[in-house]
Design a protein around this ligand. Structure first.
Ligand code: 5CA
Ligand code: ZN
Length: 414
């Protein structure tokens, strides 16, 4: 899929250091492996309806900042993102509104692309829709069947069988173990599976957590003719195949919002390990979930604040970025409508501070050093913002350097 034009990214004097990142899988801060100085990042993309809300923007901004940190440290980045452009909730929305699912997806992908561009987000080098990789995904399902990691479950309402991943077989015959990614007990996994697209109660499965790999064609649903029958792929195998196809084995970071830890990232990793014998990623990083009006901002609840509406209403994209960056990417927090005005005031204060004549200006080189040390500490943007509040309140000796650092590391235009 087409992406969007990259934002300006000034080079700063000297180099930063590679960031230490919190790995969900080990629950520790780590330096994930970056072979040959190239960091490979996969971030789970949108299901294209109700895009782009501030929860989405917070997650994509976290991984935008991660790449800015790597680039400033002299590390090249290769970024892949998917689009889940065929999936139950998208089809349900299209049915409910009488829209064609393909037209809905295309319109929302266009809106997301425009929002990402306006927000100054670094675009992925590989931007891949599920519907562009059906053959590759079906081939992976075929291989899982052939190697005993998958089984069929008969259907009452379809001509063919559904296909499921055999969790117990994978634990026995591959290097993957349930819980490798998600630090949860079994009871929590069962609850999350039911809440997040799984079907632990479905009769005929070998294990309740076994996830769907292939859904046989149902009347009125889009489907593709493949070597595993006519139908469409399950959710986790899509990201597993797209990520490995774009980035290869054991890449640097698998990312997304924390609602994806289980079952999505657990089974994305399980499928990849069963297929390739190597882990999917060196680290699994997750952004905290943004709430609004007391609940997680979600399409199902409808409590959404759209980036495009804020921008169309005259909001400065840099102010929206500052409103989000005021929270550490792993924190769970609530957006209040007043947050935008607070961020706008901060942005204006910084812009004024840049022009301030001072008797005793803060050395810009020291500001850059402090920004680099904060971003290297698990992308600590609240500390970066506090550093800039203090420095710009006092005035700086080299405003151009500070403006470049703010643009390069935070994507905020002063
Ligand atoms: N298509 C799948 C991933 S393969 C999906 O989760 N799509 S999504 O449109 O629901 O979400 C897109 C991204 O935004 C995901 O990484 C998700 O974890 C993240 N996200 C969704 N809601 C929130 C929220 N309220 N706060 C923070 N991140 C969120
Ligand atoms: Zn995904």
């Amino acid at each position: 899929m087409r992406t969007w034009t990259p934002p300006e990214l000034p080079a700063l004097p000297g180099t930063g250091v590679a960031p230490k990142l919190f790995n969900t899988a080990t629950e520790r801060l780590e330096y994930p492996a970056i072979p040959e100085g190239r960091a490979h990042l996969y971030v789970c993309g949108i299901t294209p309806y109700d895009a782009t809300h501030l929860g989405h923007a917070f997650t994509y901004l976290a991984f935008d900042i991660m790449q800015r940190a790597w680039r400033d440290a002299g590390i090249e980045t290769v970024y892949a993102q998917n689009i889940t452009d065929v999936d139950d909730p998208l089809l349900e929305r299209a049915n409910a509104t009488g829209a064609d699912w393909r037209a809905l997806a295309d319109e929302q992908i266009g809106l997301f692309r425009s929002d990402m561009h306006r927000m100054g987000m670094l675009p992925p080098e590989h931007y891949i829709a599920v519907t562009e990789q059906i053959d590759e995904i079906a081939a992976a399902v075929r291989e899982l069947l052939d190697r005993g990691f998958a089984y069929t479950v008969p259907t009452a309402d379809a001509a063919g069988d559904d296909i499921y991943f055999d969790t117990a077989a994978a634990e026995r015959d591959s290097q993957w173990r349930l819980g490798d990614v998600a630090p949860y007990d079994r009871e929590t996994m069962l609850r999350l599976s039911a809440e997040r697209g799984g079907d632990p109660e479905r009769p005929g499965k070998r294990g309740p957590l076994d996830p769907l790999l292939w859904r046989a064609e149902r009347a009125g649903e889009p489907s593709w003719e493949t070597p595993v029958g006519s139908g469409r792929p399950g959710w986790h195998i899509e990201c597993s195949v797209i990520a490995r196809g774009a980035l290869g084995g054991a890449f640097t970071v698998q990312g997304g919002g924390s609602d994806l830890v289980f079952p999505h990232h657990e089974f994305t990793a399980a499928h990849a390990t069963a297929l390739s014998g190597t882990p999917l990623a060196h680290a699994y990083c997750h952004a905290g979930l943004v709430s609004y009006h007391g609940h997680k901002m979600s399409k199902s609840r409808g409590n959404l604040v759209f980036v495009s509406r804020l921008l169309d209403g005259g909001a400065d994209p840099s102010a929206i970025r500052l409103g989000l960056l005021a929270h550490h990417y792993r924190s769970e927090w609530e957006w209040h409508d007043s947050d935008l005005a607070v961020a706008q005031r901060r942005l204006e204060a910084w812009r004024a501070g840049l022009l301030r004549e001072s008797e005793d200006p803060t050395p810009a080189a020291a500001v850059v050093r402090q920004l680099r040390s904060a971003i290297a500490n698990d992308l600590d943007t609240p500390v970066m913002l506090a550093t800039l509040d203090a420095a710009l309140d006092q005035g700086v000796d080299a405003p151009g350097l500070v403006a470049d650092a703010v643009l390069a590391l935070l994507g905020v235009q002063l």
